[in-house]
Design a binder for this molecule. Structure first.
Ligand code: AMP
Length: 406
């Protein structure tokens, strides 16, 4: 059973890593950024909580991992968990083998920015730690319980059967963790009907019934759904042909605009950062005020829509940087849901301290909770589960072999 799990979250030019030590409930974090450029560096904190900033000009993923991990050499991990955005149709975390690598590679057209970077990270850690078990934990896996009427698009069937065009959903580790922890706090662990709102730079909602995802706001890619930091969320699909026909834009330009120049940034023409927008709005910045209003209205609309999938609504969980920290956004969102019998407590909402979990309704109607997410903890937990299963399976095989040869 692993005592320490290294969590790797590999982007195209960055790696977030964290070492979680089970016994001491202790974590060490690091971030390698600008990889492959002269400005590549590693930032983090030492065991003694000292800040670290190491310049590693032109380092690639493997070099960055070598340098980063040499700083925590006293704590060699027992297992490695990789966060993988797209796992295609895989329904759970998997031990990384050549076959699983092929499946991650095959899902690349569905996550072209993320999956190739994850493969680079897997390749690097496999070379650095050839003897360690490594596990892939997929953002999409939790949503594989969605029924077909939630995951199918109303487009010709062959696009689904031959090209896998369907809704997958993302942020699965966060929705899974938050709904489990939240329902536990509410005294009905993995029971009943809940909505989760993961609100950060990327945002999504999810409807969960008895611990299983039954619908979510993101779709084929993480662009569908809510207004996000720089992502538009839902737009009329004809926007693409409108821009192509009238402005002569090609698909790459449209993709870039919708993913990197839209959302809060596009609406406000100021920033993708909610804190900055709230401050600007307080000083009278009209576009910042509008961006916040659109964000909250569209979020409320998504929660109301997802509630259709639930036989019963027991409550709502807020999480993510915005959901955990902004009493203002929580209050504004709930003001757009007056017909759900939420009995919101302004006093409890305002008094909740940053990063703490707590209930913010007045005790009647569907419950409302703030539940800080813990994606790293969840990845470590899933990695441990898969490694334990593998060890018990190989022990069973060993004893069967011993019986056979005895
Ligand atoms: P995440 O991607 O989960 O780290 O969340 C990042 C987002 O959380 C950014 O838009 C931040 O501005 C926002 N955020 C963090 N703290 C606050 C706060 N106190 N009030 C409003 N937004 C916040």
């Amino acid at each position: 059973m692993p005592n320490s799990v290294l969590i790797i979250n590999c982007g195209s030019s960055s790696i977030k890593f964290a070492l979680l030590l089970k016994d001491q409930n202790f974590r060490i974090h690091g971030l390698a950024e600008n990889l492959g450029t002269p400005n590549a560096r590693i930032k983090g904190v030492t065991m003694g909580n000292e800040p670290v900033d190491i310049h590693i000009p032109n380092a690639d993923h493997k070099e960055a991992l070598e340098v980063g991990l040499s700083r925590i050499a006293n704590h060699k991990p027992d297992a490695i968990g990789h966060r993988i955005v797209h796992g295609g149709k895989l329904t759970q975390a998997e031990l990384i083998t050549d076959d699983i690598i092929d499946i991650i590679r095959a899902a690349t057209p569905l996550a072209p920015l993320h999956n190739p970077a994850h493969l680079v990270g897997i390749e690097a850690t496999r070379r650095l730690f050839p003897d360690l078990p490594q596990v892939a934990v997929f953002d999409t896996a939790f949503h594989q319980t969605m029924p077909a009427h939630a995951y199918r698009y109303a487009v010709p069937k062959y696009l689904y059967t031959e090209h896998n065009v369907r809704r997958y959903g993302f942020h699965g580790t966060s929705h899974a963790y938050v709904s489990e922890r939240g329902s536990e706090l509410a005294g009905s662990y993995k029971k009943g009907g809940w909505l989760t709102a993961h609100l950060g730079n990327g945002s999504s909602t999810c409807a969960i019934w008895n611990g299983q995802s039954i619908d979510t706001s993101m779709g084929l890619t993480p662009l569908e759904g809510l207004v996000m930091g720089t992502r538009s969320g839902d737009v009329d699909p004809s926007l693409h042909s409108f821009l192509a026909k009238n402005l002569g834009w090609d698909i790459y330009k449209i993709d870039k605009m919708l993913n990197s120049q839209s959302g809060l940034l596009g609406l406000s023409d100021l920033s993708n950062d909610m804190r900055t927008l709230i401050e600007a709005s307080e000083k009278g910045h009209e576009d910042a005020t509008l961006a916040i209003e659109v964000f909250c209205y569209r979020l409320a609309k998504s929660l109301a829509a997802l509630s259709c999938g639930l036989p019963r609504l027991d409550g709502l969980f807020f999480t993510g940087g915005i959901g955990e920290n902004s009493a203002f956004i929580r209050e504004k969102t709930l003001s757009y849901l007056p017909h759900f019998d939420f009995n919101f407590s302004k006093e409890k909402n305002d008094s909740l301290k940053r990063g703490t979990e707590g209930r913010i309704d007045a005790g009647t109607g569907p419950q409302i909770w703030v539940v800080p997410t813990d994606e790293e903890g969840r990845i470590a937990q899933e990695t441990t589960l898969v490694v334990n299963q593998k060890m018990s399976t190989s022990n069973v095989k060993k004893s069967q072999a011993e019986i056979t040869t005895a």
